[in-house]
Design a protein around this ligand. Structure first.
Ligand code: NAP
Length: 254
């Protein structure tokens, strides 16, 4: 039996990076997985790969910043698997600029995916999980939701928002005895397409500078984060809600 056997999980941004690793990990541990993303080709590949390994998965095209598409993605999950037990609000975009360089459009675009998307997912996830009798919502924040970076003004704001919004929603669910837990995950720099776009490969000064920020001496692997999500998705964490799981190789311990 897997650690999330027979649970139904929806993972946003599941085409690449952390979302892909998480969808695959949850499927290996027995979950039925709905992979959603705006990247149709890679998202479908993630779902097909899970099925090829003997798991159960479907892909749904879904822009996590769009309210109507949230309703449709949850409905597709209920139509296919009949319930929702685990929701991983992973879809996010990076935006590298300081406060003076950031335009209002840049700011709004960043908040629309990283913060509105998490709000909508949590709202409609709670609605579906109440019908299923409970569940676990895992919201991807970042170390950038805990500490400031002068070149990540809009991203810092979005990830800080995810952190404290998730506590509010967790307390609401606990107070109402919904059996729904909500937690945040705070990765350091993990080697995914998002970070690759920043460093332009591994043989660069920027890459070495990022490694040096992590006392453990390397960037994270996507599975380093997926294992944390797996714990929060499973019943092993049944007393854990409203908290922050930092997976950062010691970055924020300094
Ligand atoms: P990634 O490599 O860029 O993958 C993100 C996936 O989400 C991509 O497939 C992307 O599609 C998709 N996506 C973007 N906007 C979307 C939207 N509106 N609706 C649905 N899907 C959307 O990112 P990642 O590094 O795996 O990061 C995943 C999450 O972890 C993000 O929330 C990120 O902020 C957070 N995080 C990452 C790190 C890190 O070091 N990698 C550290 C801390 C936190 P396209 O490629 O087509 O845009």
């Amino acid at each position: 039996m897997g650690r999330v056997a027979d649970k139904v999980a929806l993972v946003t941004g599941g085409a690449l990076g952390l979302g892909k690793a998480t969808a695959e990990m949850l499927a290996r541990e027995g979950a039925k997985v709905v992979v959603t993303d705006v990247n149709v080709e890679e998202g479908q590949k993630t779902a097909d790969g899970i099925v090829a390994q003997g798991g159960e998965a479907i892909f749904v095209r879904h822009d996590a910043s769009n309210e109507e598409e949230w309703k449709a993605a949850i409905q597709a999950t209920l139509d296919k698997f009949g319930r929702l037990d685990v929701l991983v609000n992973n879809a996010g975009i990076g935006f590298l600029a300081n406060v003076e360089e950031t335009t209002l459009d840049d700011w709004r675009k960043t908040q629309s995916v990283n913060l509105d998307g998490v709000f909508l997912g949590t709202k409609y996830g709670i609605e579906a999980m109440r019908q299923s009798g409970g569940g676990s919502i895992i919201n991807l924040s970042s170390i950038e939701g805990l500490i400031g970076d002068p070149d990540l003004a809009a991203y810092n704001a979005s990830k800080g928002g995810v952190r404290i919004f998730s506590k509010s929603a967790a307390l609401h669910c606990a107070r109402n005895k919904y059996g729904i837990r909500i937690n945040t995950v705070h990765p350091g720099y993990i080697w995914t397409p998002m970070v690759e776009a920043v460093t332009q490969g591994k043989d660069t000064e920027k890459y070495k500078a990022l490694v040096n920020l992590h006392p453990i001496g390397r960037l994270g692997d996507p599975d380093d984060v997926a294992y944390g999500v797996l714990y929060l998705a499973s019943d092993e964490s049944k007393f854990v809600t409203g908290t922050e799981l930092v997976i950062d190789g010691g970055y924020t311990a300094q």
